[in-house]
Design a protein. Structure first.
Length: 190
């Protein structure tokens, strides 16, 4: 049976777009269905991308709300969807224990670094500033910490010869787009 997933975004939604396309007609089509794209920002570019792909969208703004108020609103909104998993794709909010407990072991994130070496935002900047020859993309479950959840899968990204931060980001995003769906497929087919 296909897993029902919602994807949470805050911006352009490039990883979301790839996952939706793979769920509609690619690698993920037999293992999951994207039932909702939700953003905490009304102006997120990814919302129009999702609408063009025919996926239901919703906005629950986080700005000006206390974390608990926002997350309870999110939990209440998502409940009727009977989701198997929540996939974070550029969702720029740290989720509190309130939300994590509601979806324990069912929230998935992608992080642009090896979570054992670097947590939080700026993974590509960290790799560039430290002149790393390789970095890792990590798909992991979300727990109460920041990028501390159980690793689902990792992929090495070759950074040799990447002389600018933009090149590091380009290589990393290319790897993310391919790898996120691969990792989701391996998890969902179990």
């Amino acid at each position: 049976m296909k897993k029902r997933i919602a994807i949470l975004i805050s911006g352009r939604g490039s990883n979301m777009e790839t996952i939706v396309k793979n769920a509609q007609s690619g690698r993920l089509k037999d293992v999951c269905e994207v039932v909702l794209i939700l953003s905490n920002k009304a102006y997120a570019k990814g919302l129009s991308v999702a609408e063009e792909l025919g996926v239901q969208t919703a906005v629950i703004t986080s700005k000006g709300k206390k974390r608990a108020e926002f997350e309870q609103e999110l939990i209440d909104f998502l409940e009727p969807y009977h989701l198997d998993y929540i996939v974070l794709a550029g969702f720029m909010r740290i989720l509190s224990p309130l939300f994590v407990r509601a979806y324990r072991d069912r929230i998935i994130n992608i992080h642009p670094a090896d979570t054992a070496q670097f947590q939080g935002i700026g993974g590509y900047e960290w790799a560039f500033e430290n002149k790393l020859q390789t970095t890792k993309i990590t798909v992991h479950f979300v727990d109460e910490g920041v990028d501390t959840g159980k690793v689902i899968a990792q992929k090495v990204v070759d950074l040799r010869g990447a002389g600018t931060l933009e090149e590091v980001e380009r290589r990393g995003l290319k790897a993310e787009h391919e790898f996120y769906s691969e990792a989701l497929y391996a998890l969902f087919k179990q």
